[in-house]
Structures are given as structure tokens and as C-alpha cells.
Write a new protein. Structure first.
Length: 245
């Protein structure tokens, strides 16, 4: 019996004379599976151990138990050096269902080597091969896109670094300017403090100015008085010199 994921399933693989097959045909799959398991590792004239494993794996595959089917088919592979093309075919199907595409492709290739006229195996082989190539192409695009994103991210980081450097430079200039202004203000400060005097000091200074002004006024008055006296003396002299003798 072949398990196909492209072609309609065929049940002709199980032996029609087998009791387990009759159970399977009647829909009692679990009883058929139990029957074949009981015959494994037991001397049986009708079915070889490879055939028993093949039937067990095929039933698991029909039950959508891909992992169990794959494990059974792999065991049959190891136990038999001359496995049938049907075994490698169904093994390829279970591997595909588990998304082990490379191993699935290999199993279908071995099927075709044993039976080149198996059209179902050829179709499945081409199907899996195309899916592998498609996945590789998609992965390549993803890697390229990821690389492009990383390069853009690196460029953005460099731009951010340049911007940070520029901002730091502007901040340094601004800080230097503020420091200069502060220094200038500090230099001007003492002059303002020196010019700023207490009320007592200001009053004292006013008194000194008034005293100087008074002294200057007195001096001017004395000078003016001397001028007047001098002028009088000159007038008297002229009067005396003008008398008749």
C-alpha cells in the first residue's frame, strides 16, 4: 500500500490473505495495528519482519501519525538490506509530512532506482525537489533582505554618531561662550563693588567735597577782595598825582 500526498491513496500494498489487512479493510485500523505489532519479532511464515514493519508504518501514516510512521519505516530500513521500493516510497512520504525535505527527496530517489517506472514516485520526487529549490530561493531573499536591513541599521548608527558628535561640539562651544561671559562678568564685578559705597562713606565724601568747595569759595573771595583793594589804591594814587601844587 502506497501513501501518496499527490496521488490518490492506494491500499493494494497489504497482503489480501493477511488477517490484519481484512481488519484494516473493515475499518478496524487499531485492531489491525495491534495485530501486526504482535507479530513483530515472532517467527511468521507468511510475513517477513520488513513486511510487518512496512504494514505498521503504513497504518500509522494513514492515521496521520507521521512521526511514528517515520520511526517504523526507518527501523525497517536498518533491518533490511533489500528493502522494497514501496517501503522507500512511503518512507519518503512520512519524511515529507515531517518537513524533512532532503531525506524525503533521497527516499524517492531510492524508490526510482529500484523501480524507474513508478510514476507516482517520480511525481513526488519532482514535487519535493521544486519545494526545496523554492525554499532555498526564499531563504536567499530573506538573507539578502536581512543583510540590507543590517547595512541600513549600521548607516543609521553612523549617522546618529555623527549627529551626537556635532551636538557635543555645539554644546562645547556654547559652554565655552558661557564660561567667557561668566569670566567677563566676574572681572566687571569688583569695579561695581568698588564703586558701590555705604551711606556713611557717601556722606563723608559729600562732606569732603563741600569742605573743598567752601575753601575754594573763601579763596576766591580773598582774591576778589585783593583785586578791589588794589583798584582802590590805584584810584587814590591817580587822584593824588593829579593835584595842583
Amino acid at each position: 500500500m502506497k501513501i501518496l500526498f499527490i496521488i490518490i491513496i492506494s491500499l493494494s500494498g497489504l497482503l489480501s490473505q493477511d488477517m490484519g489487512y481484512k481488519m484494516y479493510k473493515n475499518g478496524d485500523i487499531e485492531s489491525a495495528l495491534k495485530y501486526y505489532k504482535q507479530l513483530v519479532n515472532v517467527d511468521n511464515e507468511n510475513l517477513s519482519n520488513e513486511e510487518l514493519l512496512y504494514n505498521i508504518g503504513t497504518i500509522y501514516a494513514q492515521m496521520d501519525s507521521a512521526s511514528e510512521a517515520s520511526s517504523i519505516f526507518e527501523e525497517a530500513y536498518q533491518d533490511s538490506s533489500g528493502y522494497s521500493s514501496e517501503l522507500s516510497y512511503n518512507y519518503g512520504n512520512t519524511l515529507y509530512r515531517s518537513q524533512k525535505l532532503e531525506k524525503s527527496l533521497k527516499a524517492f530517489r531510492e524508490t526510482l532506482l529500484k523501480n524507474p517506472d513508478d510514476l507516482d514516485a517520480r511525481k513526488n520526487y519532482e514535487f519535493v525537489k521544486n519545494e526545496i529549490e523554492r525554499n532555498k530561493s526564499m531563504q536567499k531573499k530573506k538573507d539578502k533582505s536581512k543583510k540590507s536591513d543590517e547595512e541600513e541599521s549600521d548607516e543609521d548608527k553612523e549617522k546618529d554618531k555623527d549627529k551626537d558628535k556635532k551636538d557635543d561640539s555645539q554644546n562645547d562651544k556654547s559652554n565655552n561662550k558661557e564660561d567667557k561671559n561668566d569670566s567677563k562678568n566676574n572681572d566687571d564685578g569688583p569695579t561695581d563693588n568698588q564703586s558701590s559705597k555705604s551711606p556713611d562713606q557717601q556722606n563723608e565724601q559729600n562732606r569732603e567735597i563741600q569742605s573743598k568747595q567752601s575753601a575754594e569759595n573763601i579763596l576766591n573771595a580773598i582774591k576778589e577782595n585783593e583785586k578791589v583793594n588794589k583798584k582802590r589804591k590805584q584810584t587814590n594814587y591817580n587822584n593824588e598825582s593829579g593835584k595842583d601844587w
